[in-house]
Design a protein around this ligand. Structure first.
Ligand code: AMP
Length: 281
């Protein structure tokens, strides 16, 4: 396994591998089983698997969150090796943002401005869009792998790839969950045992809303109220419980097709997000 610290090293590592398919799995490290599902998908489909590790400062809206973000490079490299990764791209911030850096890729409209975009501020998805564009241009992969857990991030990246005509196919992998239903996240390590138990209200709320929709409740407000009540019963006041069109992120009033149900909530000091799609055919 090659560890490339610069774009030049990454390109050199990939130069002789472009006859086969290249898959890129962008991550911020602190790898867990959720990341491993993306790596497995890439390993199955691609001849060369590239994984990036970069804790992107520009997408953090809270300095304390950036400072507390777990950094576990040694363990990450071991996991990557075990998962059959061929090339790890782990640049430092100066490699990605050299002095004088002044370009931003900014997706506009509800996809980037609602929910996470509203709660975390404009700069969050600008940071995501800019760094993902840079990673895609650095590696020029055939496939890039993302998790459905970050559904809005996927929608933002889908938009920029289409709008900029980037020659890559996106592969979206289902959310990987712990046995008790909690979506795997690098931030879960920050939860105390009590907080972790209370956080289970998030997947429970999603499941209850799924069941209620399957039982014929089509009114989005009624479903939202149900999910909110489940969270509040565990002492969690959500930032949002949203029912939106999965592609445009426009709010929906009635379930008449696939609807993305997205939740963001702080449990203690830790901010968690999760989602599911209801009302599919
Ligand atoms: P992160 O390191 O949190 O930026 O995540 C890197 C990639 O892994 C993103 O595409 C995430 O959506 C994806 N990912 C993170 N957690 C999960 C999970 N529990 N299930 C599936 N994909 C995930």
């Amino acid at each position: 396994m090659i560890v490339a610290r610069t774009v030049a090293e990454l390109r050199a590592a990939l130069r002789d591998r472009r006859d086969g398919a290249i898959g890129l799995v962008p991550t911020m490290g602190a790898l867990h089983e959720g990341h491993a599902t993306l790596l497995r998908a890439a390993r199955q489909a691609d001849d060369t698997v590239v994984m990036s590790i970069f804790v992107n400062p520009t997408q953090f809206n809270e300095q304390s969150d950036l400072a507390a973000y777990p950094r576990t490079e040694e363990a990450d490299l071991a996991l990557a090796q075990a998962a059959g990764v061929d090339v790890v791209f782990a640049p430092d911030a100066a490699e990605v943002y050299p002095p004088g850096f002044a370009t931003t890729v900014s997706v506009t409209g509800p996809i980037a401005e609602t929910l996470e975009g509203a709660e975390r501020g404009r700069a969050h998805f600008d940071g995501v869009a800019t760094v993902v564009t840079k990673l895609l241009l650095a590696a020029l992969p055939d496939h890039a792998y993302f998790g459905a857990k970050d559904a809005q991030q996927v929608a933002v990246i889908r938009r920029l790839v289409a709008d900029l005509g980037l020659p890559v196919s996106l592969v979206v992998c289902p959310t990987s969950r712990d046995d008790d239903g909690l979506a795997r996240s690098s931030r879960n390590t920050r939860l105390s045992p009590d907080e972790r138990a209370r956080a289970l209200a998030i997947p429970r709320a999603l499941q209850e809303m799924t069941d209620a929709a399957a039982a014929g409740i089509v009114d989005a407000e009624a479903l939202r109220a149900r999910g909110t009540a489940t969270l509040e019963a565990s002492g969690i006041r959500p930032e949002y419980v949203a029912l939106v069109d999965p592609e445009t992120f426009a709010p929906v009033a009635e379930i008449a097709g696939p609807v993305l149900v997205a939740i963001a909530a702080r449990v203690g000091a830790t901010r968690l997000i999760d989602n599911t799609v209801i009302g599919g055919a």
